[in-house]
Design a protein around this ligand. Structure first.
Ligand SMILES: Cc1cc2nc3c(=O)[nH]c(=O)nc-3n(C[C@H](O)[C@H](O)[C@H](O)COP(=O)(O)OP(=O)(O)OC[C@H]3O[C@@H](n4cnc5c(N)ncnc54)[C@H](O)[C@@H]3O)c2cc1C
Length: 366
């Protein structure tokens, strides 16, 4: 399978970013000091819903910049860091998130990338993995270990790394879809100024929670709306294969998925109502994401079965959502939602412990 070239993807995303920034739709969740910012959550929800309804392209290249980087900088950045980066993000500065490592994903606090302070710099050595679009990023939100003596969460520091610094090597990872959506990032004696530290040394774990919670349910809201509006694609796939009327079995399966999409939208709506009321939506978000991952997989699996591999050699679209109608691509791509942002098993642990009150998962050794 092939898709657009990196150049085509970047050019399109840059142009789409300019359009959404100038209309104010890219920064609705920023604070009111910024163009387009300061909109209430209700309006942010409407923008996400309308973009989904229009089947507008997703700003995948700038997702980390606009949510994770911007909101973390607004809460924790010094005035200098904010002045350096927030206008630059509006101009198209691309950020990636360097949190996961080969042995620190679900158990993120086990990260081992080491930073040693020497004068007014940190010297960083280690490896990050699964950094979305890091090969195209200008800056990286980087979690490093500065202390190994106490509890593992207590020795983590948060740095802002220029990805063009000497000693940074980015290697794209090719997925089974043919796309290269991630990169590994190797760090060898990378010099990062202390002025690029966010918050205090060893305070990184707390700051990382701001990053991880930055999109407050808006992504799943938008994705579930996209799935809802893409139901015709599944009907189309079934109709194309079987004539005007789908066979009973397929029709039953499609109806089942459509009902589950309605349930998803109801759950999302309840979650957003809780968010509007200022409640902690953590456990609810786990439940909703689990349901989304499962419905999306089922939706893409039905489409793939109905089209019987017809799209295997078709070019794929990137940034067009997860239900593009290229069923082979969509089916493979749907797997990422059972891992990204916390795997299904981790979400189930959260639901079991925090919603159902079951005994806590045995913590891995520190
Ligand atoms: C689409 C996508 C985008 C991503 N983007 C980024 C990014 O930009 N930056 C970044 O830093 N990372 C990113 N990641 C990485 C992501 O955060 C990790 O893949 C995720 O946290 C899981 O970690 P892991 O891959 O190391 O798997 P592991 O943590 O090694 O888990 C392996 C398996 O063991 C299971 N498991 C682990 N712990 C438990 C437990 N306690 N109980 C039960 N089962 C358990 C998991 O569910 C999984 O099935 C991305 C991942 C995806 C898929």
């Amino acid at each position: 399978m092939t898709g657009p070239s990196a150049e085509e993807f970047l050019a399109f995303q840059r142009q789409w970013m300019r359009t959404l920034v100038s209309s104010g739709y890219a920064t609705a969740h920023w604070d009111r000091r910024w163009p387009g910012g300061g909109r209430p959550l209700d309006e942010q929800i409407i923008i996400a819903e309308e973009l989904a309804r229009a089947d507008a392209p997703r700003l995948t290249l700038y997702f980390i910049s606009l949510f994770h980087a911007a909101l973390t900088l607004m809460e924790w950045g010094t005035p200098e860091q904010q002045a350096r980066h927030l206008p630059a993000i509006l101009e198209g500065e691309v950020w990636c998130q360097g949190f996961s490592e080969p042995n620190a994903g679900s158990d993120l606090a086990s990260l081992k990338t080491r930073a040693q302070r020497i004068g007014d710099h940190y010297i960083v050595n280690g490896q990050k993995i699964w950094s979305t679009l890091a090969q195209h990023a200008d800056y990286c939100l980087l979690l490093v270990r500065t202390d190994s003596s106490g509890p593992k969460q207590a020795g983590i520091t948060y740095l802002l790394m220029d990805t063009r610094s000497a000693g940074v090597v980015r290697r794209p990872i090719r997925q089974m879809t043919g796309d290269e959506e991630f990169a590994e990032v190797f760090l060898e004696d990378v010099k990062i100024p202390v002025a690029n530290r966010l918050g205090e040394e060893n305070q990184g774990w707390r700051i990382a929670q701001t990053t991880l919670n930055s999109e407050r349910g808006l992504t799943i809201l938008e994705l579930s709306e996209r799935l809802y509006h893409a139901r015709w694609r599944l009907l189309d796939a079934i109709g194309q294969r079987d004539g005007q009327v789908a066979d009973d079995q397929r029709r039953r399966e499609a109806v089942d998925v459509f009902i589950r999409i309605d349930v998803l939208r109801a759950l999302v709506s309840e979650m957003m109502a809780a968010a509007r009321a200022g409640a902690d939506i953590g456990a609810m978000a786990s439940f909703v994401k689990l349901h989304y991952a499962s419905v999306l997989r089922e939706f893409a699996r039905l489409g793939e079965r109905a089209s019987a591999g017809a799209h295997l050699r078709d070019a794929f679209t990137v940034g067009g959502g997860y239900e593009t109608g290229n069923w082979a691509f969509d089916f493979m791509n749907s797997y990422q939602w059972s891992i990204a942002g916390g795997s299904n098993e981790i979400q189930r642990n959260i639901v079991a412990e925090r919603v159902l009150g079951m005994p806590r998962d045995k913590a891995p050794p520190a």
